[in-house]
Every structure is written in C-alpha cells, then in structure tokens.
Design a protein around this ligand. Sequence first.
Ligand code: IMP
Length: 208
Amino acid sequence: MPKVISATANPDKLREISAIFKSLWGEPVEIIARPRELPETIEDGETLEENARLKAKDVFDSISGGELDTLDEPTFIIADDTGLSVDALNGAPGVRSARFAGENATYADNVAKLLAELGDEVNRAAHFSTVIVALFLDGLELVTGGSIEGKILTEPRGNGGFGYDCIFEPTEGGGKTFAEMTAAEKDNLSHRARAINSLREILEQFKD
Ligand code: IMP
C-alpha cells in the first residue's frame, strides 16, 4: 500500500488531505502524520511553492536514515501550502495567509482583518491556491497546484471548514460558502483536492 507522510502540522489540513486521498486515489493509501517531535517549519519562503518545499524538506531531513526511510516505495512526503488571494488587496494575504493578522493570529483574527481591510469594496473577487510538493524518499520531487475562484462575503456564513472558509463563496459552489458545505462537498471542488488530483494524474502517467 502506498504510504504518504504528511508534512502539515495543521490538523484541519491533515483531515482534508486524508479524506481527499481516500476518495481520489485508486487504491488505499496510508497517511502518516508529520513526526510529532519535529518543530514547526519556519515558512519564510516568498511563494507557496517555496514554503511547501521547506515543509517537505524538514520532514525529509528528519526521517532520513530512520525507520520511515526504510519503507518500500512508493512512499512520499506531501507538503501543501495554501493562500487566499484577494484581487482588491493586490493578491493579499496570499503567501501570508496564516499570519495575516500577526505571528500568532487565530483563524478568527485573520478573517476579521481581511473583512476590515476590504471594508465596503465592491470588487470581492478572490481565489484560493494550493501548491503541493511531493518528495519521494529517493529525492524525486513533483510539484502540482490547484485553485478555485470565488468571492469574499461581507460577513462570515457557516460553521464547517476552517481558516477563511466562512467568508469564501466559490463561484461553482451553488451559493454556499466552503463553511456551509459538508466536508465531502468542499473536497469535491477545493483548491486542495484539485492539487492532489493533479498529483494523482502525474503519478498515473509514471505507471505506464
Ligand atoms: P498554510 O500556510 O498552507 O498552512 O495555510 C495558510 C492559512 O491559509 C491557514 O492558516 C488558513 O488560515 C488558510 N487556509 C489554508 N487552507 C485553507 C482552506 O482550505 N480553507 C480556508 N482557509 C485555508
């Protein structure tokens, strides 16, 4: 069974990544959580791809020569970095989405700051982007991406999801915010699912 070591330290993202793999992969996959003893990666890259690579490398270095390193192929580390880009804010918060309202900002702090910065701006267009870096234990690296367009509401709606989900209404979402959808509905169209699906498509080609 393929084994995927998730480089994320965010439990909300780990839950989604596990569910997406379960529904998208053609075969069962074992998702292994980021080693607990590993300190959080300092995400000081300038792009989502750089940050995803930093997270993947940290896990790679921590398992090198250890028990996980001796697992049969195909085993790979998967790191996801995601940003919400708002047109009227010139793409902010973008790569700074996690720390938009400050170093230890909560999801609620970030949402409040975003709504305050947008104010009554009429152009509410925004998109989520996810970049996935998949790092195989032999050093092979694959990079894929996924995005989804939508708009930022003037106030939060819905209790599901996490992060900015309660203020983001995807264009293809039938009028619901991500936070008003079931987990399966979000996973059916999300930026993260698209990036993972594109990784799946690339790996399928490798099989031929
Ligand atoms: P990260 O750097 O990829 O962990 O994510 C940056 C921040 O973006 C997170 O702290 C969340 O606030 C937000 N975020 C990431 N993915 C999602 C999502 O799927 N929905 C809503 N917000 C998200």
